[in-house]
Design a protein around this ligand. Structure first.
Ligand SMILES: [Zn+2]
Length: 181
């Protein structure tokens, strides 16, 4: 899914959760940030190459908006680092291992479970909103880099339905908010 919709879904999810249990503003912001991070992290090596290596800002933009096979030619280190960062942040195995480790320390878990839920939501959404020929989410990385053949999120009707659903969810949440008595 596109990064803006990822952030909006994570934000709406945090608002929904805050109606049911205590969620601080920082935790909500963390959920939005971690809900978008998987699509930002893999840009960092490409940004480093465009800033300090031989790349340009146009290369970074071309990479960020590339269709499969249309990525700009990059040095081996930049393309490998970008590829594996994309895999790491879209892997349920990696996210599960991080969650398992943090759950060992209850005071960290109390603070970080909500932000982590934003990351998990990103992965679950991407599994179904990427197709086999449109960057399938490598949900079982590092065991395999293959992904599920879902609906590519850039399909126009899907974009329309997704943003309409986001708007509807926002209206329902807003109408369902607790009014001060
Ligand atoms: Zn993603």
């Amino acid at each position: 899914m596109d990064i803006v919709a990822h952030g909006l879904w994570a934000g709406l999810g945090a608002v929904w959760l805050a109606r049911r249990r205590p969620v601080s503003r920082g935790q909500g912001a963390g959920a939005v940030a971690l809900g978008m991070l998987p699509d930002v992290a893999h840009l960092l090596p490409v940004a480093a190459w465009s800033l300090f290596g031989g790349g340009t800002a146009a290369d970074l933009a071309a990479y960020a908006f590339a269709m499969p096979g249309g990525e700009p030619a990059m040095p081996f280190w930049a393309s490998e680092a970008a590829h594996h960062l994309h895999c790491i942040f879209h892997s349920a195995l990696v996210a599960g291992a991080v969650a398992w480790l943090l759950a060992r320390v209850p005071r960290w878990w109390r603070v970080l479970a909500v932000p982590l839920a934003g990351w998990w939501l990103h992965i679950v959404i991407d599994v179904f909103t990427h197709s086999a020929d449109f960057y399938p989410a490598p949900v079982l990385y590092p065991i395999t880099q293959r992904g599920f053949d879902g609906i590519a999120w850039n399909t126009p009707w899907f974009m329309a339905v997704n943003y309409a659903t986001l708007a509807l969810a926002a209206v329902l949440l807003w109408r369902g908010r607790r009014r001060p008595s």
